[in-house]
Design a protein around this ligand. Structure first.
Ligand SMILES: [Cu+2]
Length: 357
C-alpha cells in the first residue's frame, strides 16, 4: 500500500512538472521571447522521407516481382479469366492512384520542410476541386463495382443443369467430401447422427442417401460445370481453390455454394508446370483453430472418361458401413412393428422407413 502511495505521488509530481514546463513555453510564446531551435534534424528528416520513398518503393517492386508467381498461380477455370481481368483492372486503377498520392506525400514532406520566414498558404475551400475529387472516384468506383457485381451474379447464380455435384463439409480440421450416387440426389443428413463412423450424419432412412459416397480426394471432370455445395460442422471455414479462382465461406448452419468449370486436367497442369508432383488443392482459407494450416484436400481434374470410371468404381457409404445401415433398419423395424406387425415384414430395407419421417 505504501509503495503504491509513493508511486502515485511520484506520478502526480511528474504530471505537475510537465504542466509547468508547458506553461513556461506558452508564456514565452505569448511574451515574444520564445525562439525555436530547428537544428539539422528537420532537413535530415526531410531527406529521409525521400530515401524511404525510393528505398521502400524499390523493395516493394522487388518483392512484388519476386513473389508474383506464388500469388498468381495459372488459371484453370472458365470464370477465372474474367476474374483475373477484373482484378488487374482494379489493381491498375488503384495502383496509379497509390503511386501518385504516395509520391506527393513524400515529395511534399521534403519540398515544404521548415524554412525560416516561410508561412503556410491558407487555403480554405474550393468548390471546383471538391467536385472533381468527388465525381471522378465515384465514377471509377461505380464502374468497377458494376463489373464486379455482374460477374459475381453470374458466378454465384444457379449452376447449369448438367453440373456435377460435390458436397464438402468443413470441420476442425479437414474437409469431408460426398457425392450423390447414381440417383444424383444427396441424401438427408442430420447432425444428431454424427459419430466417429458416420462423420456426415447420414440419415440412411432417406433412400436418396443410400447410394451417396464419401471420398478423401475430390475428383471433377474437365470441361463440365461443377457445383460445390458447402457446409461447416463447427466453426467458420472457407473453401479456397486458388487455381480455379474459387473462394467461398463454409458457415455453420448456412449452406453456401459455388459453381465453376475446370479447364485444365491435373496431368495437363503437371506438364505445364514441369512438376510431376503437382496437385490442385482445396485449402481452408479462414483461420479456424490450431491445425488450420493442415486443413486441405486434394482436387483431381480428370478427363471426362476417367472421371466416369472413377465415379463408377466408388462404393456407397452404406455399402462400406453395413453396420450403420443395419442400425437404421433395426430402428425402423422397432418403430413400425407395434403399428403394423405382419404386412410390413415382406421387404425389409426401405419401405417401413418412411414412417419415421
Ligand atoms: Cu478451417
Amino acid at each position: 500500500m505504501t509503495a503504491l502511495t509513493i508511486l502515485l505521488v511520484l506520478l502526480l509530481l511528474l504530471v505537475v512538472f510537465g504542466l509547468l514546463f508547458r506553461l513556461q513555453i506558452l508564456t514565452s510564446i505569448f511574451s515574444g521571447t520564445f525562439t525555436r531551435d530547428i537544428g539539422t534534424s528537420n532537413s535530415v528528416n526531410a531527406i529521409l522521407m525521400l530515401v524511404f520513398m525510393v528505398g521502400g518503393g524499390a523493395w516493394f517492386a522487388w518483392s512484388f516481382v519476386e513473389n508474383f508467381n506464388k500469388m498468381n498461380p495459372p488459371i484453370a477455370s472458365v470464370h477465372g479469366h474474367k476474374m483475373e481481368t477484373m482484378f488487374w483492372t482494379t489493381m491498375a486503377v488503384i495502383g496509379v492512384a497509390f503511386a501518385i498520392t504516395q509520391f506527393l506525400l513524400f515529395w511534399y514532406s521534403y519540398k515544404y520542410q521548415h524554412k525560416e520566414g516561410r508561412r503556410a498558404y491558407f487555403f480554405s475551400h474550393n468548390n471546383k476541386i471538391e467536385v472533381i475529387w468527388t465525381i471522378i472516384p465515384a465514377i471509377v468506383m461505380a464502374s468497377l463495382i458494376f463489373a464486379g457485381w455482374k460477374a459475381w451474379t453470374r458466378i454465384t447464380g444457379p449452376a447449369p443443369k448438367n453440373s456435377v455435384v460435390v458436397e464438402v463439409m468443413g470441420k476442425q480440421f479437414n474437409w469431408l467430401v460426398r457425392y450423390p450416387g447414381r440417383d444424383m440426389k444427396l441424401g438427408v443428413i442430420n447432425y444428431r447422427l454424427i459419430d466417429a463412423v458416420n462423420e456426415w450424419g447420414f440419415d440412411l432412412s432417406d433412400k436418396s442417401g443410400l447410394d451417396d459416397f464419401t471420398t478423401n480426394e475430390i475428383h471433377v471432370p474437365k470441361g463440365v460445370p461443377v457445383l460445390i455445395k458447402i457446409r461447416s460442422r463447427d466453426v467458420l471455414h472457407a473453401v479456397y481453390m486458388p487455381h480455379f479462382r474459387v473462394q467461398m465461406y463454409a458457415v455453420p448452419g448456412m449452406p453456401t455454394r459455388f459453381w465453376f468449370t475446370p479447364t485444365v486436367t491435373t496431368d495437363e497442369m503437371r506438364a505445364k508446370l514441369g512438376n510431376p508432383k503437382f496437385n490442385y488443392e482445396m485449402a481452408c482459407n479462414q483461420l479456424c483453430g490450431a491445425s488450420h494450416f493442415a486443413m486441405k484436400a486434394t482436387v483431381i481434374v480428370d478427363e471426362p472418361d476417367d472421371y466416369q470410371n472413377w465415379y463408377a468404381a466408388q462404393q456407397s457409404f452404406a455399402q462400406k458401413n453395413p453396420e450403420v445401415l443395419a442400425a437404421f433398419k433395426q430402428k425402423a423395424k422397432s418403430l413400425v412393428a407395434p403399428v403394423a406387425a405382419a404386412p410390413a415384414e415382406k421387404e425389409a430395407p426401405t419401405m417401413p422407413l418412411a414412417a419415421s419421417n
